[in-house]
Design a protein around this ligand. Structure first.
Ligand code: 5GP
Ligand code: MN
Length: 334
């Protein structure tokens, strides 16, 4: 892995930076991208922050997101991937790699494939935003309220607003510094992220909750969102991201699953677990990955077939030795 000094050197030496993050960007992806992009810009660099699908509505309250563009506005000297576990999930147009610019991979996923020319990956970090903050502080970058809010949002969303087991003393002292130093408002950010739901998204949640099922032994809970349901409500996909948490909130459940039919022949599976099962390994069996407590994969079949593939696999895994000797220690959920 690349050392901190070398990464800081890369952030200082060049003039043109292109920043991208993972597919279906969440708060950590957007917050990390924005914080690093704004800090580089303040340092006098030319920066392109790129998200081909645009910024999800939930995160548009963050000042600076209007600078995030659907396509690159420059030919980069350095490409930086944030919060992205593998190259396939990096949400950048393929053409940008023709520049031959080195790829710097800054992330905290346990399953990171180390796809960069420079890899700066810390699975013990609560969020990629925590790693970005450490780089900005270490590199003498000037922070401001916009950057502080972006980092706060990154860390808060990835720790489930300081509820998950990746909520370390490091995370808490970092956010204390952001609140004290830049006057940001945790309650406002929580409201923006969680309490700006549409009426339809709550009604869709009701429909999805009614699909909730529990295995006979009470260890697996799952829910499904079919194309048919998606079509009945006009709810952006990112507003369904937290639905999966209801599965793992049931007492006694070890693994919670949420099946989402994102296109007629393609099903996204979100995996969540408590302390005994490393779901990043289970999702990897289906070509996905993530963290021990939260992972995902996409299966190229309609939803009913995806459920038929995943459940027996998971059942036999839980019935076998796997339950005893995976991720023994408590690790992060997101
Ligand atoms: P979510 O279920 O919230 O979409 O994802 C949970 C975690 O798993 C996130 O850290 C996300 O980056 C990762 N993840 C989700 N889907 C995939 C996937 O298809 N491949 C990989 N490698 N990671 C995924
Ligand atoms: Mn993250």
């Amino acid at each position: 892995m690349t050392g901190r000094e070398e990464i800081l050197h890369l952030l200082a030496k060049y003039n043109r930076y292109l920043l991208g993050c993972h597919l279906h960007p969440d708060g950590d992806a957007i917050g990390s991208l924005l914080a690093l992009g704004l800090a580089l810009e303040t340092a006098g660099k030319e920066v392109a922050m790129v998200l081909p699908g645009g910024v999800p509505e939930t995160f548009r309250f963050l000042e600076g997101t209007e600078k995030i563009l659907p396509a690159p506005s420059l030919t980069p000297e350095v490409i930086i991937a944030l919060d992205c576990a593998d190259r396939e999930r990096l949400l950048l147009p393929e053409a940008v790699f023709a520049s031959g610019a080195p790829v710097v991979n800054i992330d905290h996923h346990l399953s990171n494939s180390m796809f960069g020319d420079f890899n700066y990956v810390f699975p013990e970090a609560g969020a990629t935003g925590e790693i970005v903050y450490d780089l900005l502080a270490g590199g003498g970058f000037t922070l401001d309220k916009r950057i502080a809010e972006a980092i706060y949002t990154a860390v808060a969303t990835d720790t489930g607003f300081f509820r998950y087991s990746n909520t370390s003393s490091r995370v808490l002292s970092l956010v204390a510094k952001l609140v004290a130093g830049y006057g940001i408002s945790p309650s406002r950010i929580a409201e923006e992220v969680y309490e700006e739901r549409s009426y339809d998204s709550l009604r869709l949640l009701g429909e999805v909750l009614s699909t909730l099922r529990l295995s006979a032994d009470g260890k697996i809970a799952w829910m499904a969102l079919s194309q048919q349901l998606m079509a009945a409500y006009s709810v952006p996909l990112e507003e369904t991201e937290n639905f999966v948490n209801y599965t793992i909130s049931i007492s006694g459940v070890e693994v919670g699953l949420f099946f989402k039919e994102i296109t007629p022949g393609e099903t996204k599976v979100s995996w969540r677990s408590r302390i005994t099962v490393d779901v990043s390994r289970l999702a990897a069996h289906f070509g996905g990955g993530g963290h021990a407590r939260a992972a995902g994969c996409t299966i190229k079949t309609p939803i009913s077939q995806a459920i038929e593939q995943v459940l027996p696999f998971l059942r036999s895994y839980l019935a076998g030795a796997g339950l005893k000797n995976t991720a023994g220690d408590e690790k992060k959920r997101v």
